[in-house]
Ligand binder design. Structure first.
Ligand code: MN
Ligand code: MN
Length: 467
C-alpha cells in the first residue's frame, strides 16, 4: 500500500466522538466558565489559584513537598516536588493573570451636565470602541489609611447595578465616521457613567441643584454618589486616590453557538492557560522531577513591575528552596536543567479576516493547543525562539498520548505581532516554548475559545508535567 508522508492538521473534535467524551468536555468548560465569571482581575485570579492550591495541600513552607507562594496577591508560584533533587530542574508552566481593562484614574470622579463619570486610563491592548455602550462591572480593592482592605465588586450579581460608557448616537456621528479608527475613539472619552441623581433634600431648603447651569458646574450628583459609597464601604473620595479600581465587562462567561462548543467570555487571554495549568498540576502525582507553575501579572503592559515576569520573584522562591537539597547546589544548574512552557494563547484564524493570516501557519479553533516556536515580529525581532530539539521532544510526547496539537505564528509576516513571557524564562537558559489554545476576538470583551482546545490544553499540560 502506498504511504502518505504528508502532514495534515486534524480537528480535535474528531478525537472526541462519544457522547461520554463530549459530556466530559462540556463539564470541564462549565467549570472553566465559573472560574472566568468570578475571576476578572489579577488579584481575583491569584486568590482563586491560591485557594485551590491550599485545598490540595500546598503550603507556605519552602521545605514542604507541595509549596505555594504568592507575591502581593498578584503573582503565584507553586511546586510539587519530585524524588530527584531540585537542582535537576523543574518542569514549569508559566502564564499571566492580568487582562486588558479600564483602570480608574486616581481622581476618577467628574460631574458634567448632571452626570457623574469615572475617568479611566486603559490597561493593555484594547480596541477602544469595544468598551462603549455595554454593561461594565467594577472590580478592585480600596485600602484605608490604616491598611484595611475593602474588596469591591459591583455589577456581577443580577440585582446589582452595572456601569456604562455612552457612545455617540449615529445621528451625530457623521464627522466621526469619516475619521480614522485611531482618532475616532479617544482614551479621554472612556469615561464610565457612575450615576446621575442628586441627593433627596429635606423640606424647605433651596433647590440649588436644579439651577440652570452652563453644563460644567455643580457637584450635587457627585455628593450623592460619595454618600452612597460611604454608606456601602465607609470610604471618602480620598480613598479612591490610592485604590485599584478596574472596569471590566459585566456578566458571566457563556457557551456560544447552538452546539455549545465555544466559550465566550472576558479575559480568556490568558486565564484559559492559568485554569488549564492549574487543573493539570492538581491532577498530577509527584514524580521524579519537580513540577511547577508560575503565574505573573503585568504581561499585557510589557512585563515590567514587581509582580511581572521580569521581576525576581521566581528566582527568590527557588533560591529559598534550593539549600534544602544540598549546600553546593547552584541556582544556575537548576535553571539550565529546567524545561518550560510559556502558556499563552494564540490568535485564531479569523473566518472574516483570513487575509491577515498566512493560513498554512495559522492556528485553527478546535485543532488543539498551539505551539509558537517563536514570537516577536518583523524578522523575528524581539523573539524568544525554542530550539528544534525541545520542540521535537514535546511533539513526540503529545503524539505518544494521541493529544492533538498544532503549530502557528501570529498573522502574516510583517503584519503585526505580539510577545509573551517566554523570553524571561529563556533568559535563565531554560528550554521554553509558547504553547496554548487559540482565541478568536482576542483582547475583546467577549473572547472565544473552543471547548475541545480547552480539554486538550489540560491534557497536554498534564502530559508535560508527567513527562
Ligand atoms: Mn496573553
Ligand atoms: Mn494579551
Amino acid at each position: 500500500m502506498k504511504q502518505d508522508h504528508s502532514y495534515k492538521p486534524r480537528s480535535a473534535w474528531n478525537n472526541l466522538n462519544t457522547r461520554t467524551q463530549r459530556g466530559e468536555v462540556t463539564a470541564l468548560a462549565e467549570r472553566y466558565m465559573d472560574f472566568l465569571s468570578s475571576c476578572k482581575t489579577e488579584r481575583e485570579t491569584t486568590d482563586y489559584v491560591c485557594r485551590r492550591l491550599r485545598e490540595a495541600g500546598y503550603g507556605d513552607a519552602f521545605a514542604g513537598a507541595r509549596v505555594a507562594r504568592d507575591l502581593r496577591g498578584k503573582a503565584v508560584f507553586a511546586v510539587l516536588r519530585g524524588k530527584a533533587p531540585l537542582k535537576d530542574g523543574l518542569d514549569l508552566i508559566a502564564a499571566h493573570v492580568d487582562t486588558p481593562r479600564l483602570d480608574f484614574k486616581q481622581r476618577p470622579l467628574v460631574e458634567q451636565v448632571d452626570v457623574v463619570q469615572a475617568k479611566t486610563h486603559y490597561y493593555g491592548g484594547i480596541r477602544k470602541y469595544q468598551w462603549l455602550a455595554r454593561p461594565l462591572a467594577l472590580h478592585g480593592v480600596i485600602i484605608r489609611e490604616n491598611g484595611e482592605k475593602i474588596p469591591v465588586t459591583i455589577g456581577e450579581k443580577p440585582d446589582e447595578p452595572v456601569f456604562c460608557i455612552a457612545d455617540l448616537l449615529p445621528h451625530l456621528a457623521q464627522k466621526q465616521s469619516d475619521q480614522k479608527l485611531g482618532e475616532a475613539f479617544e482614551a479621554e472619552k472612556l469615561n464610565v457613567i457612575m450615576g446621575h441623581s442628586p441627593k433627596t433634600r429635606g423640606r424647605g431648603k433651596d433647590d440649588k441643584s436644579s439651577k440652570e447651569d452652563d453644563g460644567k458646574t455643580g457637584d450635587a450628583v457627585k455628593t450623592h454618589l460619595l454618600d452612597i459609597l460611604h454608606a456601602k464601604y465607609g470610604i471618602r473620595e480620598e480613598d479612591m486616590i490610592t485604590a485599584e479600581l478596574q472596569a471590566v465587562p459585566a456578566g458571566p462567561a457563556r457557551f456560544v453557538g447552538l452546539d455549545r462548543a465555544l466559550v465566550g467570555g472576558y479575559g480568556q487571554d490568558d486565564r484559559i492557560c492559568v485554569f488549564a495549568a492549574l487543573e493539570a498540576l492538581l491532577r498530577t502525582k509527584p514524580g521524579t522531577r519537580a513540577k511547577a507553575l508560575i503565574f505573573w501579572d503585568k504581561e499585557e503592559i510589557g512585563s515590567d513591575g514587581a509582580t511581572s515576569a521580569s521581576s525576581r520573584f521566581l528566582e527568590y522562591c527557588l533560591e529559598s528552596m534550593l539549600p534544602e537539597t544540598g549546600p553546593a547546589n547552584r541556582l544556575s544548574e537548576l535553571f539550565l536543567n529546567s524545561r518550560a512552557l510559556s502558556a499563552d494563547v494564540q490568535g485564531a484564524l479569523d473566518p472574516d479576516f483570513q487575509d491577515l493570516h498566512e493560513k498554512q501557519n495559522a492556528a485553527r479553533l478546535g485543532y488543539g493547543p498551539c505551539f509558537s516556536k517563536f514570537t516577536g515580529s518583523r524578522g523575528k525581532y524581539g523573539a524568544s525562539e525554542a530550539d528544534a530539539e525541545y520542540f521535537a521532544f514535546l511533539r513526540g510526547l503529545l503524539n505518544s498520548r494521541a493529544i492533538p496539537w498544532q503549530a502557528a505564528e501570529l498573522g502574516k509576516v510583517d503584519q503585526g505581532g505580539g510577545g509573551t513571557v517566554a523570553l524571561f524564562l529563556a533568559a535563565y537558559g531554560m528550554q521554553v516554548i509558547d504553547f496554548g489554545p487559540p482565541v478568536l476576538s482576542m483582547h475583546s470583551p467577549c473572547e472565544l475559545t473552543s471547548c475541545a482546545d480547552l480539554w486538550y490544553t489540560v491534557e497536554a499540560y498534564k502530559a508535560f508535567l508527567e513527562a
